[in-house]
Write a protein that binds this ligand. Structure first.
Ligand code: FES
Length: 498
C-alpha cells in the first residue's frame, strides 16, 4: 500500500506520536517513526499505530530525519530494518551520538546539520535544523514545502529567540514527557498542585511557541504515550498525571490562542499542504484505545521487561559504577557533594557523591539522612549498573520512585545522572554557567541565558519584582537574583543605573 495516491502533491501523513511522512514533488521525508516500546519496555504509542509499520517498511523514502536519541524518536528496532541507502538527516550534536548510532546501524549516507543549517531535498523542498542550543541534545526541523512552512518542534525547546516565524503549521508537544512530579512520593494534595503547575507550564510554553512562530495552525503531537505494563497503569490516568490527551486541554488552548486552527490528527491521517490544509482521515483510524485490549495485544512486548536479568547488584558494583561516573565528570562536579540512597528489593545503599577519595558506598545501615532516595526494582538497577540503559531512560520509564528532602530540584545531581554518560554535555553545562553575556530590560541588567537549561531570558516575564524564565518557569528575586521557585541556582542580576 502506498502512502499517497498522487505523487505530485504536497502532503503530510501522521504516523502517531511525533512521526510523519512529508512529501513534496515526489520526494519523501520520513520523520521520527516510532512503533516499538521505549524505555525499559514501558512506553507504547497511543493510540496504537502498529498497523502502519509494514506500510513504512514497504515504502520508498528519500530521506529520514530523527530528532534526538530518546527511544520514542530513535526506534532502533524499526530503524534497523529500513533501507540503509536512505539519506539520514540528523542534528549535529556535540556528543555526535546520532551519527555514531546511524553509522553503527549501517546507514551509508548521513548528513549532520548544525543549528539553522539548511539542506535542499528537492526543488522547492528545503529543511532547516533547529537545535536546543543548550547542553540538552534535542532538535526540531523546519520544512519548507513549496512555500508552506511546517515547523516540527516535537518536544524540542529551541530558545524562543531562535525560533523561526511565518509558520503555517506548528507540531509541538502539549503533554508531559517527564517523571516529575508523578514518580515522587508526594501526598495527594501536594501531587495535585504540582501536576496542575506542570500542566499549566507546558501549555504556557506551547502558547509562547505558537505566538513567537506566528503559527496559523497547530498540530498536537509528541505525546502522550501509554503504559501497558499493569504495574505502570496509574500513569495512564489523564487527570492525575502530566500526560493529558488533547481533548483535556483543547478548551484552554482555544481560549489562549484564538484564531489558531487545530489539526487533530490520528495515526494514518493525511493533511494536504496545498493551502487548504484539508485533512483526509485514514479509513478505520484509531482515535482512542481500549487499553485492556491493547495490553493483551502487546503482552509479549511489555512482559519482556520481566525476562531481563534481575540478580541483585552488590555494593562493589554500585561503588565502581558511581566512581566511573564521577571521574568522567570531575570538572563538572567541582566541590559538589550529596548523600543519596538507592533502595532495591528490600536492600539499600547510601552513596556519598563527591567524596571519591574514600570508600563511599555504605550498605544496609542508615548513618546519613539522604537528600535524594531512589527506589528501583532489581531489574532496573541491574540494567543501569551494567550500562544497558541510562538513568535518563530509567527515569522516563517511570520505573524509578523518588523522594527528596528538602523538596528542591538539584540541577547538578540530576544532570550527573541524566548526562553523566556523555561528559560533553556536562562540560557544556559548565560553559553555560560561565557565560557572561547579559541583557538589559525592565531596569535590570541580567545574565542572558537561564542558569537551568539555557533559555534566552530576553523573553523572560518580569513582574512584581520577580523574573520568570519562559521555559520551565523557574523564578528569581529581581533585586537579589535569589532563586525562589524551581531550583537553587541564582541569576546574575543588578539594577541599571538611572
Ligand atoms: S531553561 Fe528551564 S527554567 Fe529556564
Amino acid at each position: 500500500m502506498d502512502l499517497y495516491r498522487d505523487s505530485s502533491q504536497t502532503a503530510l501523513r501522521y504516523l502517531g506520536h511525533a512521526g510523519f511522512v512529508a512529501e513534496h514533488n515526489g520526494v519523501r521525508l520520513l520523520v521520527d517513526p516510532w512503533f516499538y516500546p521505549a524505555f525499559l519496555h514501558s512506553w507504547f504509542p497511543y493510540p496504537d499505530n502498529r498497523d502502519l509499520v509494514d506500510v513504512v517498511r514497504g515504502e520508498r523514502f528519500d530521506y529520514l530525519y530523527v530528532s534526538h536519541a530518546h527511544e520514542d524518536h530513535y526506534d532502533e528496532r524499526l530503524l534497523s530494518t529500513l533501507d540503509k541507502s536512505i539519506t539520514v538527516i540528523v542534528p549535529r550534536y556535540r556528543s555526535k551520538i546520532m551519527v555514531r548510532r546511524f553509522t553503527a546501524l549501517g546507514f551509508e549516507n548521513i548528513v549532520a546539520l548544525d543549528h539553522k543549517e539548511s539542506l535542499d531535498l528537492a526543488p522547492g523542498f528545503t529543511v532547516t535544523m533547529y537545535l536546543d542550543t543548550s547542553h540538552k541534545e534535542d532538535s526540531g526541523l523546519l520544512l519548507d514545502l513549496g512555500g508552506f512552512r511546517f515547523l516540527d518542534l516535537n518536544d524540542c525547546n529551541t530558545p524562543m529567540s531562535e525560533l523561526p516565524g511565518d509558520i503555517d503549521l506548528l507540531a509541538a508537544q502539549y503533554s508531559g514527557a517527564m517523571w516529575y512530579p508523578n514518580c515522587y512520593d508526594y501526598p495527594p494534595d501536594v501531587m495535585r498542585k504540582k501536576v496542575d503547575a506542570v500542566r499549566g507550564d507546558l501549555l504556557d510554553t506551547l502558547y509562547r511557541k505558537v505566538r513567537i512562530t506566528g503559527a496559523t495552525a497547530y498540530l498536537p503531537s509528541a505525546g502522550p504515550a501509554c503504559f501497558l505494563d499493569p504495574v505502570l497503569a496509574p500513569y495512564n490516568d489523564r487527570d492525575a498525571t502530566i500526560f493529558p490527551q488533547w481533548e483535556d486541554v483543547a478548551g484552554q488552548f482555544a481560549e489562549a490562542c484564538p484564531g489558531v486552527e487545530v489539526l487533530r490528527l490520528f495515526p494514518g491521517d493525511t493533511v494536504r499542504l496545498d493551502g487548504s490544509r484539508a485533512v483526509e482521515r485514514a479509513p478505520g483510524a484509531r482515535t482512542s484505545e481500549d487499553l485492556a485490549a491493547y495490553r493483551e495485544r502487546r503482552r509479549d512486548e511489555w512482559s519482556a521487561f520481566y525476562d531481563e536479568p534481575a540478580e541483585p547488584v552488590t555494593a562493589e558494583e554500585i561503588e565502581s559504577y558511581f566512581a566511573k561516573l564521577q571521574s568522567w565528570n570531575k570538572r563538572f562536579l567541582g566541590d559538589f557533594a550529596k548523600d543519596i540512597r538507592l533502595v532495591a528489593d528490600g536492600r539499600m545503599w547510601d552513596v556519598r557523591l563527591g567524596r571519591l577519595a574514600e570508600r563511599f558506598v555504605i550498605e544496609g545501615e542508615e548513618p546519613y539522612d539522604p537528600e535524594y532516595t531512589l527506589l528501583l526494582c532489581p531489574r532496573t538497577m541491574r540494567a543501569i549498573i551494567e550500562e544497558r540503559t541510562g538513568w535518563e531512560e530509567a527515569l522516563l520509564s517511570m520505573r524509578v520512585g523518588l523522594h527528596r528532602e528538602p523538596d528542591v530540584f538539584d540541577l547538578t545531581f540530576m544532570s550527573l545522572l541524566r548526562y553523566g554518560q556523555q561528559p560533553v554535555q556536562t562540560m557544556q553545562m559548565l560553559r553555560e554557567r560561565q557565560n557572561t553575556e547579559t541583557i538589559e530590560r525592565d531596569g535590570l541588567r541580567m545574565q542572558r541565558f537561564c542558569p537551568h537549561a539555557g533559555e534566552d531570558l530576553t523573553h523572560a516575564i518580569v513582574c512584581d519584582g520577580v523574573i520568570e524564565c519562559p521555559r520551565h518557569h523557574w523564578k528569581w528575586e529581581a533585586t537579589t537574583g535569589k532563586c525562589v521557585e524551581g531550583g537553587t541556582l541564582p541569576l546574575r542580576v543588578e539594577p541599571l543605573e538611572a
